[in-house]
Design a protein around this ligand. Structure first.
Ligand SMILES: *Cc1c(COP(=O)(O)O)cnc(C)c1O
Length: 506
């Protein structure tokens, strides 16, 4: 492919992407592909000679698109949003076209300094404290994922504790039972034994119970262990619960622990001053992470991580082989020392394009629409005779159940997703199956939320009707009682995580 073909086919590809997005609603939200179907439709070996662009394009339509679950679909209410704004799509094209690897300042000064400025812009827009600024001892970086942000926080916290004299084998970390599964994975990858991560029970709102953490810290100290890290969540995956950062910061200060905050989805809500409660207590945390690649519109990968003490992060992750030495080292930011891999994409362009071509106010307007619709949705659920709210809705997430019990909820999720007209996620809260209805796609309009609710209400009524006919005389379905102890992120790995609760009646 030469420059001329690139120009010609590139224009057609932009048309193709624009058309896909124009018509995304026409697809079933969840792919109907069966396992192995896409695999079998592809040739077993790579071509030796060029094929026409038309053929590649037609295979995109014929093989790839039917094998997709459409995350940009307006009725995608599953997991979390993965918004891909037009502006950020263009930025990705620039990133690919420039093809730079900005692992050190000297390998492309603009890649590093634009990223620094984007972190400062976002810090201001979000209302984050000045201690996360390059002007002070902190700074921001764009990682590939919140998982990576958690992993580097774990490693930085560990190295800080060891440098302060802690015995590595005695280190223990804490997170709530509702923390994301990536917390468990980060500890595992960082080389900790399963018992080094303690799962702290939550309060009735599914937020980390700070009193239980206080107790677990006493138990750990008595056992001769060294608490070095607490990972709090601001907006848990299952229910968007907010751990009490103020209380956790108290305990972190008392025990010399690093306090990391995972605000992967909900953090960007702080762009709206009226939602700044998501930052309560942030002034005293050591690191804080959110993903513009979820709700905000800078598509994957774009994960912001802020640290209050950038030297603690780079001390843990710096390597200085001869072939990476540069005259500017020490006077500039070398982002390779802020992350796990060496190589890094020019991700800052996505935020730069998004903020300049759309403006922060457009992003706020979208977040506000979603929050307003989620709150309307919650009132509809509340008024429905077959559905009920599990939790008062927070921001853009509504958690609901079928009033007939856990099996009815499971059946409802299955039936709704099978229609292809909307997509929801099943989770488990307090041991009971729950349907998550996450309003966050850039393309969603109010009518899609209405239709999503109507679908659930209809299926819930039909299910209840069938059960009334089919189950005469049968006792009500019993809720399975999950202990909720010893698990993080809903991981079905019994014994994988220690409960921080030993020696105490559950
Ligand atoms: C989505 C999410 C993650 C994982 O994000 P990645 O960027 O895919 O690693 C972690 N924690 C929370 C709270 C999330 O919402």
């Amino acid at each position: 492919m030469d420059g001329e073909a690139f120009r010609r086919d590139g224009h057609r590809l932009v048309e193709w992407v624009a058309e896909y997005l124009d018509e995304v609603e026409r697809h079933p939200v969840r792919s109907r592909a069966r396992p192995g179907e896409v695999f079998a439709a592809l040739p077993p070996a790579a071509p030796e000679h060029p094929e026409p662009f038309e053929q590649v394009l037609s295979d995109l339509d014929r093989i790839v698109v039917p094998g997709l679950t459409h995350w940009q679909h307006p009725s995608f209410f599953a997991y979390f949003p993965a918004n891909s704004s037009y502006a950020s799509i263009l930025a990705e094209l620039v990133t690919a076209g420039l093809g730079v690897n900005g692992f050190s300042w000297v390998t492309s000064p603009a890649a590093t300094e634009l990223e620094q400025v984007m972190c400062e812009w976002m810090r201001e827009l979000l209302g984050l404290p000045g201690r996360f600024s390059f002007e002070q001892e902190g700074g921001g970086v764009i990682q590939d994922s919140a998982s990576s942000s958690t992993l580097v926080a774990v490693v930085a916290a560990r190295e800080r504790a060891i440098a302060a004299g802690a015995e590595p084998s005695r280190l223990v970390a804490f997170a709530s039972e509702e923390a994301h599964a990536s917390v468990q994975k980060a500890m595992h990858v960082a080389g900790f034994a399963p018992g080094a991560l303690r799962a702290i029970p939550t309060d009735p709102s599914f937020a980390l119970d700070a009193d239980r953490l206080r107790d677990a810290l006493v138990v750990a100290r008595h056992a001769g262990q060294v608490p070095f890290l607490t990972i709090a969540t601001s907006g848990t995956t299952s229910s968007l619960a907010f751990d009490p950062l103020d209380a956790l910061a108290e305990l972190a200060a008392e025990h010399g622990m690093w306090l990391h905050v995972d605000a992967a989805m909900a953090g960007v809500a702080a762009l709206c001053p009226e939602h700044r409660f998501v930052l309560d207590g942030v002034a005293r945390v050591d690191s804080w992470a959110t993903n513009p690649h979820k709700w905000m519109g800078a598509q994957f990968d774009c994960a912001l991580l802020y640290v209050a003490d950038r030297a603690a992060l780079t001390a843990a992750l710096s390597t200085e082989p001869a072939y990476l030495a540069s005259a500017e080292a020490g006077r500039v930011v070398d982002y390779r020392n802020w992350q796990i891999p060496l190589g890094r994409r020019f991700r800052a362009l996505k935020l730069w394009f998004l903020l300049r071509l759309e403006g922060a106010e457009a992003v706020r307007a979208m977040l506000r629409r979603h929050v307003a619709w989620a709150s309307e949705l919650a009132s509809w659920v509340d008024a429905d005779s077959h559905l009920e709210l599990v939790e008062r809705p927070r921001l853009n997430l509504v958690c609901l159940r079928h009033r007939d019990g856990p099996h009815a909820t499971d059946a409802l999720v299955e039936a709704a997703n099978a229609t292809g007209r909307a997509l929801f996620t099943r989770t488990v809260l307090g041991g009971v199956p729950t349907l998550r209805f996450c309003v966050g796609a850039r393309t969603t309009e109010r009518r899609h939320v209405e239709a999503g609710f109507a679908l659930l209400a209809r299926l819930a009524a039909e299910g209840a009707g069938r059960r009334a006919v089919g189950a005469r005389g049968r006792p009500g379905e019993a809720a399975p009682h999950g202990t909720g102890v010893g698990k993080i992120g809903g991981c079905e790995r019994p014994g994988g995580v220690e409960t921080g609760d030993q020696g105490r009646e559950a």
